[in-house]
Design a protein around this ligand. Structure first.
Ligand code: ZN
Length: 286
């Protein structure tokens, strides 16, 4: 499932492509036809993400999208011509002066009003990618919980946008024992987890790939600071993962391979239905 950085990158891309323009909206597949008609010819004002939820203001309606497991919403340049005929089940097609975007296979695609949007957002925890969000409200939940840190990090009502890869990688980066219960975690450690997400997730957003290995993180931070990342970001359509950096992780899907810190074999187990990868030898902090 796409993690929050993917949805924020999608919101950025939709704004770059369509903001301030009237969009042609259709539902080639037909399932969203009446709602698409409401959007058709209206101006796209804003696109924003909160965790894994996307909200796009078009005319007086708000398009609410959750990609779920298989959803895709690539944004492509028209190159001066008409967009190609839709292929497969396209729920919603947006066409602007220079770009077009096809939404396929979303878990949620619906129009909402501001009240409903507020209700949805109220179910979500703070999002490390949203300005002004902090770990305070999450700590209130965490330090009273008997659930493990590994579970809490995947709960969208605790932290919005984190998925399995960031969960496993951040806990390893900070040497935190993922099986520690929330009530046994120190506030210091929880703040470090939050701060690491605030460092890493913007890199994922900029490069369309999850970057957690220290040498790659350093390079990616430098590329963002110098403005070099911008040219890369603007070329990404969202159709596939970015490939600026070699795809490497510390523990994610590295079962049996040596831990990069202590060489003990990485382990995996199921926690709340998702595979957790971690090093039982050196992830001891709580
Ligand atoms: Zn280790």
């Amino acid at each position: 499932m796409p993690e929050g950085h993917t949805i924020h990158a999608l919101a950025d891309r939709l704004e770059r492509a369509f903001r301030g323009s009237a969009v042609e909206a259709t539902s080639p597949q037909g399932r969203f036809a009446a709602d698409a008609e409401r959007l058709d010819g209206r101006v796209l004002d804003r696109a924003q993400a909160w965790g894994k939820h996307l909200f796009v203001d078009i005319g007086d309606a708000i398009l609410h999208v959750h990609l779920g497991l298989i959803g895709m919403f690539p944004v492509k340049h028209r190159g001066g011509g008409e967009p190609p005929a839709p292929v497969g089940a396209v729920r919603l097609r947006l066409v602007g002066p220079e770009h077009w975007a096809d939404l396929r296979g979303p878990m949620i695609c619906t129009l909402v009003d501001e009240k409903r949007q507020r209700e949805i957002v109220a179910t979500l925890g703070p999002d490390p990618l949203r300005r002004g969000h902090g770990p305070g409200p999450t700590w209130e939940r965490v330090h009273r919980s008997r659930r493990t840190v590994a579970e809490l990090l995947m709960d969208q009502s605790v932290v919005a946008g984190v998925g399995n890869v960031y969960r496993c990688e951040v806990l390893h980066r900070l040497a935190v024992d993922p099986l520690t219960r929330g009530l046994d975690v120190s506030e210091q450690v929880w703040r470090e987890v939050w701060d690491d997400l605030v460092l890493l997730m913007p890199l994922g957003r900029a490069f369309s790939q999850i970057i957690t290995v220290p040498d790659q993180v350093q390079d990616a931070v430098r590329a963002r600071r110098s403005g070099r990342a911008r040219a890369i970001t603007s070329r990404l359509t969202g159709e596939r993962l970015g490939d600026t950096f070699e795809r490497r992780f510390l523990v994610y899907k590295r079962t049996g391979e040596p831990c990069p810190r202590c060489a003990h074999p990485v382990q995996e187990r199921d926690i709340a239905g998702r595979r957790l990868y971690w090093c039982p030898a050196c992830q001891e902090r709580h």
